[in-house]
Ligand binder design. Structure first.
Ligand code: 6R9
Length: 631
């Protein structure tokens, strides 16, 4: 991009007020500095945080693609998220403002959050949790999920958070793979005025997981649950014990020691345990939040994701605390009890930056402008979008109705694997609705064809990242080869993201969507293979293929094509039963939109289901290259 007059298409330029406030006024200058000296740029960012011991090397690339950031350094992300703030005025600043679905409010100063994290860290130690052990966390959106994550990291253990909307099969597989000794959960959660049974799901999952010795349950819904003597403990009772003191030393970690596992969908039925480490992740998340959302001391930051997804890990929990910011968390549904709930929260709590997913915007847009217009949204200064491409209509509505045309929208493209924003504007960058603009400082993106040649601007290809970045995944749990194969092999030395994208003449990137068997339903990342295995576990189904098709609100929805076993007849009732079966086993968000019973599935001669063909047929589009089709 040379100068702003020359940008093509629909462009929103930042106002003088926005530029005046922006931490970075000259984006090009910072980008050039990072490009000229990648290690120097990141070393400077890292120097804003505290280390028990400095690094010997900013980037050790002697064993690619297992890059080691801040090699030789010692730290703990919790030291920077909590401990260091105790020495400053931030001790008395709000770290977390939480609102329950029924309207209860709880607030934590940095002092109080640190105290509760220390208490729970002492509890975990008493339960035998040691450095490197895994702890599974399966909880609703309540402050204790943040406390459990931080306490686990503080003692040097590795958290594996499983999203509370997942159900028994998904939970069991993730506990089993991580070999967790301890599971932290709640009796239930509130969503849309109803109780979500979490403890019951844990009971079922744990029955089949021999590694689990202890289950700790937070009391949230107060409904009756079963407690197994010797295995199950109440959080509030443990926190009252003398051993749960408010002081606990933070474990000293190598920068490359694992901080967490987060399971995410890939091309096979087995979800991948993505590992992020303390040092590089800490620097990447801190720095991206600082530059992209420009957080200042007086901000009230609301990332409306769930802590159970990477967006919540990086930008509800770690990022804001690393910055010493005040983070806001709301437990329930955006439309409960009415579609103005979010907007009333923005007004009441003076939210200054709101970060959410296109599906939520589209969902709220359906109810019309009168709901947001009843509220004073003038506290907002910046908006954000993540999880899937945002369609320009939703972008414009968000910009005009919520941001009143004043608030730039930071459309951030990134992944569980990247840990931090990768393609994103900063507030002073001219925006185009639907584009995440350009790569973050120090990064270079390319659009390549199958053979690895760059495609011309404006044409679709595979999105590839050229440079290492600090918050990159360090490995896949118990399966490092899979990381090399999946991300670093198609284009040697480059990271293949799994997305199709275009670049325009101004160098702006436009994400089209996944190129693999991953689908995004309401921003949630799901693997078709995992859904297919749930389908064939139903007694009526012999074989199944799952695809995602465009959906007005959810972005994509789940369509299942099923071959019935002998003796079963297709019917509406059976289709409903199959939908319920999937929702029960995988979780309510995985409920199929449509179940179609078919006589055959399109397959290659080697027996691979051609989902691409099913997709084309369902949308009445040309089937593309079908030379390998067997039918
Ligand atoms: C953070 C997160 C990653 C996939 C990614 C892409 C899609 C995320 C996006 C976006 C267009 C954006 N995606 N952000 N597509 N514009 N701003 O969502 O991580 O759950 O691992 O999903 O999400 O397809 O490859 P994750």
């Amino acid at each position: 991009m040379s100068d702003k007059q020359s940008l093509e298409g629909e462009v929103f330029y930042p106002s003088p007020e926005v530029i005046e406030q922006a931490r970075i006024k000259d984006w090009e200058a910072v980008a050039r500095r990072a490009e000229a000296d990648l290690e120097g740029f990141w070393a400077q960012e890292a120097a804003e945080l505290e280390w028990y011991q400095r690094w010997e090397k900013v980037l050790d690339d002697s064993n690619k693609p297992f890059f080691r950031w801040f090699a030789g350094a010692k730290t703990n992300i919790v030291h920077n998220a909590l401990d260091r703030h105790q020495k400053t005025y931030r001790k008395n600043k709000l770290s977390l403002v939480w609102v329950g679905e029924k309207g209860e409010v709880r607030t934590y100063s940095y002092f109080a959050l640190n105290r509760d994290v220390c208490k729970f860290a002492n509890v975990l130690k008493a339960m035998g949790v040691k450095k490197g052990d895994r702890v599974t966390i399966y909880m609703p959106r309540i402050p204790e999920i943040v406390i459990a994550m931080l306490a686990t990291a503080k003692v040097g253990a590795v958290h594996s958070v499983v999203y509370g909307g997942f159900s028994v099969d998904a939970l069991q597989g993730r506990i089993e793979d991580s070999e967790s000794k301890v599971v932290v959960t709640a009796d239930g959660g509130f969503m849309n005025g109803k109780v979500v049974e979490l403890k019951k799901t844990v009971d079922e999952a744990v029955r089949r997981c021999p590694t689990v010795e202890t289950v700790i349950t937070v009391q949230r819904t107060h409904h009756e649950i079963r407690m197994e003597p010797g295995r199950d403990y109440w959080y509030h009772e443990l926190m009252k014990l003398p051993l749960a003191s408010g002081h606990c030393a933070t474990e000293v970690m190598d920068a490359s020691d694992p901080l967490y596992i987060l399971y995410t969908s890939g091309t096979t039925g087995q979800p991948k345990g993505i590992i992020h480490a303390h040092g590089g992740y800490m620097v990447g998340v801190y720095s991206t939040l600082k530059y992209v959302f420009d957080l200042k001391d007086e901000d009230r930051w609301w990332c409306a994701a769930d802590p159970g997804w990477v967006t919540g890990h990086s930008y509800i929990v770690y990022g804001p605390l690393l910055m010493g910011a005040t983070t806001f968390m709301y437990e329930g549904a955006p439309t409960y009890p009415y579609p103005n709930r979010w907007w009333s929260l923005v007004e009441k709590y003076g939210i200054t930056v709101l970060y959410t997913a296109p599906t939520a915007i589209r969902g709220l847009m359906r109810f019309g402008e009168s709901w947001p217009n009843r509220h004073d949204l003038s506290s907002l200064r910046l908006l954000g979008s993540v999880g899937e491409p945002i369609n320009p209509e939703a972008w414009r509505w968000y910009h005009r109705v919520i941001g009143k045309g004043r608030c730039p929208i930071m459309d951030t493209w990134w992944q569980t694997e990247t840990g931090m924003f990768m393609i994103t504007p900063t507030p002073s960058v001219p925006l185009k609705p639907g584009s995440g603009t350009r790569p973050f400082f120090g990064q270079k993106a390319e659009i390549l064809d199958d053979q690895g040649n760059p495609v011309p601007d404006g044409e679709e290809g595979y999105l590839v990242l050229r440079n290492p970045w600090p918050a990159m995944m360090t490995t896949i749990f118990k399966d490092p080869d899979r990381m090399v194969k999946q991300y670093w092999s198609k284009y040697p030395g480059k990271y293949q993201a799994g997305d199709a994208a275009k670049r325009d003449k101004d160098g702006y990137f436009w994400i089209i969507g996944r190129t693999d068997d991953v689908i995004k339903v309401s921003g949630y990342r799901l693997g078709t293979a995992e859904i297919e295995s749930a389908l064939v576990a139903h007694p009526a189904i012999a074989e199944a293929a799952v695809i995602g098709l465009p959906h007005e609100v959810k972005g994509q929805s789940i369509h299942c094509y099923c071959l019935l076993r002998q003796g079963f007849k297709p019917s509406e009732d059976l289709a409903d039963e199959v939908k319920n079966h999937v929702a029960q086993h995988m979780g309510p968000i995985v409920r199929p939109e449509k179940v179609v019973f078919v006589e055959s599935l399109p397959k290659t001669r080697s027996g691979k289901i051609m989902r691409r063909v099913l997709k084309a047929r369902a949308q009445g589009l040309p089937e593309g290259d079908v030379s390998t089709l067997e039918e």
